[in-house]
Design a protein around this ligand. Structure first.
Ligand code: UT7
Length: 321
């Protein structure tokens, strides 16, 4: 049982920040950022919220899917920068898009693997149902960036992407996932402090994302290639048969290393990191939407989707479009 991607949508906030603009404020330069990451600029929310960006992306996905909203029975919202803990972002999407109430709606946090984990979860929940699912990846990651840390603040950007899918037994779908609990390599501290009057007040730490860049780099190269190889073995498909490898846009060099390990030409790895930076859970659905608009998601195309990031988490999906 596979999935059919009925529609896609995305949104990038209009405020674009180039490497040169960053270099005016921190000790970095365009040449270093481009050569180490492939990033030229990124977008930062300026008044937009996670919900407002996701709503635009989700509306577009529903419109391009051409379905009645009443068909949507599942909303999964992948994010690590939700506007609130509760109500969940998925519930607010149900309200703001006037989706039916007989729905299962929840948020999923698997950091940059969030969209991959969500697609796998949605496909399982849709089995045997005629309903559609709305899958969203959206981040305002600029909220948790430490702009005094030049090795992380140059990497990330904000945005949202969405897809509407249905179960389809004529399509193929295999997956391979992993989780390696680790709060040293990449962590964003809790925003919740234990502040009740009966306990000692905890020291407040700024709630910024912290990352051991080279550890995460090695993990990403290892686990993207590993999970892609595993999923292709499960599917009985050669890497050379794949039309597109849609990888989380974290760093052009990570993608190039995965391509090299898999012995696949880099041209089969679409990229938009140059203008988006790393948008965490939003990066894969934003890229899928760009590919859809460029008419690349043709019926029967063989596609691998792979994510990796905080948790640590990773996962790859092989599917036919
Ligand atoms: O979404 C998943 C999560 N994140 C990732 O996938 C990120 C994975 N990691 C990376 O992409 C890379 O490790 C980074 C881009 C973060 C860093 O690249 P790197 O090649 O691993 O650089 P490095 O951290 O080893 O630093 C090399 C040098 C250092 O200087 P020294 O000690 O050699 O003199 C840094 O201080 O580059 C310096 N450096 C910078 N220089 C200019 C670090 N950041 C900057 C900067 N501008 N922004």
């Amino acid at each position: 049982m596979g999935i059919k991607i009925l529609g896609t949508g995305s949104f990038l906030p209009p405020t674009a920040v180039t490497n040169d603009m960053l270099a005016e404020r921190i000790d970095t330069n365009d040449e270093w950022i481009r050569s180490r990451t492939g990033i030229g600029s990124r977008h930062f929310a300026d008044g937009e919220t996670n919900l407002s960006m996701a709503t635009i992306a989700a509306n577009e996905a529903i419109q391009t899917a051409g379905i009645d909203k009443a068909e949507i029975k599942l909303v999964i919202f992948a994010t690590l920068t939700a506007d609130n803990f509760t109500p969940s972002m998925a519930c607010l999407i149900q309200r703001d898009l006037a989706l039916p109430e007989d729905i299962l709606a929840f948020d999923l946090n698997a950091a940059c693997s969030g969209f991959v984990y969500s697609l796998i979860t949605a496909r399982a929940l849709l089995q045997g149902s005629g309903g559609a699912a709305l899958i969203i990846g959206a981040e305002v990651i600029s909220r948790i960036i430490d702009f005094t840390d030049r090795s992380t603040c140059i990497l990330f950007g904000d945005g949202a992407g969405a897809a509407v899918i249905k179960a389809d037994e004529t399509k193929e779908f295999f997956f391979s996932t992993g989780a390696r609990g680790d709060d040293e390599a990449l962590a964003s501290p809790s925003a919740m402090l234990n502040e009740n009057p009966f306990v000692r007040r905890e020291a407040e730490e700024p709630a910024f994302l912290k990352m051991a860049g080279s550890d995460v780099f090695r993990f990403a190269v290892e686990c993207s290639a590993k999970s892609i190889t595993e999923v292709l073995n499960k599917a009985g498909v050669q890497a050379s048969e794949i039309d597109y490898f849609v990888l989380h846009q974290a760093n052009e060099r990570i993608i190039a290393s995965a391509a090299k390990k898999l012995k696949v030409p880099i041209g089969k790895f679409p990229m938009n990191i140059d203008k988006t930076g790393n948008t965490s859970a939003a990066s894969i659905p934003i890229l899928l939407d760009e590919m859809n608009k460029a008419n690349k998601l043709k019926e029967g195309a063989k596609v691998v989707i792979a994510g990796f990031g905080g948790g640590l988490t990773y996962g790859a999906i092989y599917l036919t479009v």
